[in-house]
Design a protein around this ligand. Structure first.
Ligand code: A3P
Length: 345
C-alpha cells in the first residue's frame, strides 16, 4: 500500500516537473523570438525613408501596450512628443459591406504590429454634418500611432453612399480600399436580423423577412428593400470604379473569414504591402462562441461582441431561392469586374 502511494507521488512529481520545465522552455523560446528584428514596411509611398524599418517585436509589443494605454485617455502631451506619436489619416479603409464581417476584419488586421485601428465607425464621408467639419476633424478621430504604422478605419455605410467615392478620392486618390462580402442572400438575412433585434429591444413588432424581401403582389424580389439593394454588390462597386481603378480594391471573402480566417488575412497583408505577421497563434477557434477569437499575446485574447454572430431566423426556402436567382447575374458581373470568384449559387 505504502509502496503504491510512493509510486503515485513519484508519478505526480514527474508530471509537475515536466510541465514546469516545458513552460520555462516555451517562455525562453518566445522571449528569443521577441528579439528578432521584424521588418515593418507598410505601403509604398508617403514614407519618410525608403529603407525598410526593422524593429524588435518586443519593442513593438511594448509600444502596442503603450498605445493601448494612451488610447484609454492617459496620453499626456509630453508622452505624445516623447514617443513621436501622430494621428494619421487612414491609408486603407474598410468601406463595406455591412454585415460582411467588417468588424472581424478590422479587429483581426489590428493584430498586425504595423496596423492601428480606429475603434469607432467614424462616418466622416457618408454623414454630411461630419464631413462639413473638415479633414482635421477626421484626423482628430484617428488613434495615436507611431509614424511607421498605418491607420485603418471601417465604416460600412461608405460602400452604399452616393457621395463617398468622390470625397475619399479628394482626400487620397491612392488610398487602399477593402470590401468584405458574403453570399448576398445570407448577408441580406443578417442585415434583417440586426434591424429585427433593434426593433425587439424597443418592444416594436416587425415584418417577417419574406414580406420585406419579396413583393406580395408580384411575387418578385423587392429591390426597394435596403437589405436587398445592399447585396447587389456590383451596382455599388461600379460607382466606385468611376473614381478608383480596380487594383485599388481588395475583395475579402467574408464567409471564409468566418471558417478559416488566416488565409484571408494573409491576402490582405499582401495587398497592403505589409510583411506577413499574423499567424495561426493569433487566431483560435472558440467552440462556445462558434467563431474564431483573437490572441494578441500570452495574456491577452478576446472574442468579438455577442452582437456579431447572431442566430438568423428561418427563411422560407421559396424566398431564398427567389433571392439567389435574382442575385445570380449581379454576382457574375461582380466576379468579372473584381477577378475574384465565389461559390455563390
Ligand atoms: P452574423 O451576425 O450574421 O453571423 P459586421 O461586423 O460587418 O456587422 O459583420 C457581422 C458578421 O461578422 C457576423 O454576421 C458574423 O457572422 C461575422 N463574423 C466573421 N468573423 C467573425 C468572428 N470571428 N466573430 C464573430 N463574428 C464574425
Amino acid at each position: 500500500m505504502l509502496f503504491k502511494q510512493q509510486a503515485l507521488l513519484k508519478q505526480k512529481l514527474f508530471v509537475v516537473g515536466s510541465l514546469a520545465i516545458g513552460s520555462v522552455l516555451y517562455l525562453m523560446a518566445r522571449v528569443g523570438t521577441l528579439d528578432k528584428l521584424q521588418p515593418i514596411y507598410p505601403m509604398e509611398t508617403r514614407y519618410p525613408s525608403s529603407e525598410p524599418v526593422e524593429i524588435p517585436l518586443r519593442t513593438l509589443q511594448f509600444k502596442r501596450g503603450l498605445l493601448h494605454e494612451l488610447r484609454n485617455g492617459n496620453a499626456t502631451k509630453e508622452q505624445i512628443h516623447r514617443h513621436n506619436l501622430v494621428q494619421q489619416l487612414p491609408r486603407a479603409i474598410i468601406i463595406g459591406v455591412r454585415k460582411g464581417g467588417t468588424r472581424a476584419l478590422l479587429e483581426m488586421l489590428n493584430l498586425h504590429p504595423a496596423v492601428v485601428k480606429a475603434s469607432q465607425e467614424i462616418h466622416f464621408f457618408d454623414n454630411d454634418k461630419n464631413f462639413a467639419r473638415g479633414i482635421e476633424w477626421y484626423r482628430g478621430k484617428m488613434p495615436f500611432s507611431f509614424p511607421h504604422q498605418i491607420t485603418i478605419e471601417k465604416s460600412p455605410a461608405y460602400f452604399i453612399t452616393e457621395e463617398v467615392p468622390e470625397r475619399i478620392f479628394k482626400m487620397n486618390s491612392s488610398i487602399k480600399l477593402l470590401i468584405i462580402v458574403r453570399e448576398p442572400t445570407t448577408r441580406a438575412v443578417s442585415d434583417y436580423t440586426q434591424v429585427l433585434e433593434g426593433k425587439e429591444r424597443k418592444n416594436k413588432t416587425y415584418h417577417k423577412f419574406e414580406k420585406l424581401a419579396i413583393d406580395t403582389n408580384t411575387c418578385e424580389v423587392n429591390t426597394k428593400y435596403k437589405a436587398v439593394r445592399t447585396s447587389i454588390y456590383t451596382k455599388h462597386l461600379e460607382r466606385w470604379l468611376k473614381y478608383f481603378p480596380v487594383e485599388q480594391f481588395h475583395i475579402v471573402d467574408g464567409d471564409r473569414l468566418i471558417t478559416d480566417p488566416l488565409p484571408e488575412l494573409q491576402l490582405v497583408e499582401h495587398f497592403l504591402n505589409l510583411p506577413s505577421r499574423i499567424s495561426q497563434y493569433n487566431l483560435y477557434f472558440n467552440a462556445t462562441r462558434g467563431f474564431y477569437c483573437l490572441r494578441f499575446n500570452i495574456v491577452f485574447s478576446k472574442c468579438l461582441a455577442g452582437s456579431k454572430g447572431r442566430i438568423h431566423p428561418e427563411v422560407d426556402p421559396f424566398a431564398v431561392a427567389k433571392l439567389q436567382k435574382f442575385f445570380h447575374p449581379f454576382n457574375q458581373k461582380f466576379y468579372q469586374i473584381t477577378g475574384r470568384t465565389f461559390n455563390w449559387p
